[in-house]
Write a protein that binds this ligand. Structure first.
Ligand SMILES: Nc1ncnc2c1ncn2[C@@H]1O[C@H](COP(=O)(O)OP(=O)(O)OP(=O)(O)O)[C@@H](O)[C@H]1O
Length: 253
């Protein structure tokens, strides 16, 4: 999947994404890093085909993403975001069944058996009959992940997946994401605010600033003091912690 010379501005706004060219590494974990408002979520929307570039192209397997129907896109790409539709009256298993809709015409034809493996993957099989709203924030996040996995995607996009999660859930989620990548060969694209998490989990990083790519490449190469200080306009130092590796610290008091 790649972006070629992409420009994009929201209707009525100035251009936001500027001449953006980069390739999503197939089968790897990619993190997009940059300041609030830099355009990270907009890049995910462009990659998903949810919005179209004003110029340039977004391609998957050599074809413009815009040529695929929304059902075809949903069978290849799944997204987990913080902005959820309201499903007040739905049980956990019913929510996960919505992830199977690219393969069915009606929700009612999807059996409980069909969604069980996805609930098991996120350790929520026992909660299948509970109302979504009765679960904690961290559990609900896992329901959304199960729903995305039910799409059996080649690409899994996660927009700030660790927001609202405690450090235990964050750790469990990152472990699960790594498993999905290594065992199911799902290409992962994540927007992350925690640079240390990105450094630990990502194969590659896109570092962006004001809608432009500063640098794309291997995580440990891109996440260096100079480029991070430039992207965030803050003094940043990277220290080496024994038995852990590089750790990014921000030097303002
Ligand atoms: N639907 C929209 N209509 C108009 N402007 C938008 C829309 N969505 C986002 N923007 C604007 O585009 C810019 C980039 O937004 P985007 O959500 O892509 O940034 P981001 O890097 O993901 O930010 P954050 O880290 O805060 O989530 C922001 O200035 C935002 O206000």
């Amino acid at each position: 999947m790649e972006l070629k010379h992409v420009n994009y501005g929201y209707p009525g706004s100035e251009n936001l994404i500027t001449d953006f060219t980069a390739t999503v590494p197939t089968g790897k974990i990619l993190s997009i890093i940059g300041q609030n408002g830099a355009g990270k979520s907009t890049l995910l929307k462009l990659l998903m085909g949810a919005i179209s570039p004003s110029s340039g192209s977004v391609e998957m397997d050599g074809h413009a993403i815009s040529t695929l129907s929304s059902r075809q896109r949903a069978a290849k790409i799944a997204l987990v975001t913080q902005q959820h539709q309201v499903y007040d009256e739905m049980t956990v298993k019913e929510v996960v069944k919505t992830g199977r809709l690219p393969f069915h015409s009606l929700l009612t034809t999807i059996s409980d058996e069909e969604v069980r493996p996805f609930l098991e993957t996120v350790n929520l099989a026992d909660a299948k009959d509970r109302l979504l709203t009765s679960l904690s924030g961290g559990q609900q996040q896992r329901v959304w992940l199960a729903t995305a996995l039910a799409q059996e995607p080649q690409y899994l996009f996660l927009d700030e997946p660790t927001t609202y999660l405690d450090i235990r859930y964050q750790h469990d989620l990152m472990t699960l994401i790594q498993q999905l990548n290594t065992e199911r060969h799902i290409t992962i694209v994540m927007v992350l605010h925690d640079i240390n998490q990105a450094l630990k989990i990502s194969d590659e990083v896109w570092l962006i600033k004001a809608g432009q790519l500063i640098q794309a490449g291997l995580a440990e190469t891109v996440l260096n003091e100079q480029l991070l200080s430039n992207a965030f306009e803050l003094p940043i130092k990277i220290v080496n912690i024994e038995k852990y590796g590089p750790y990014v610290i921000q030097l303002t008091s």
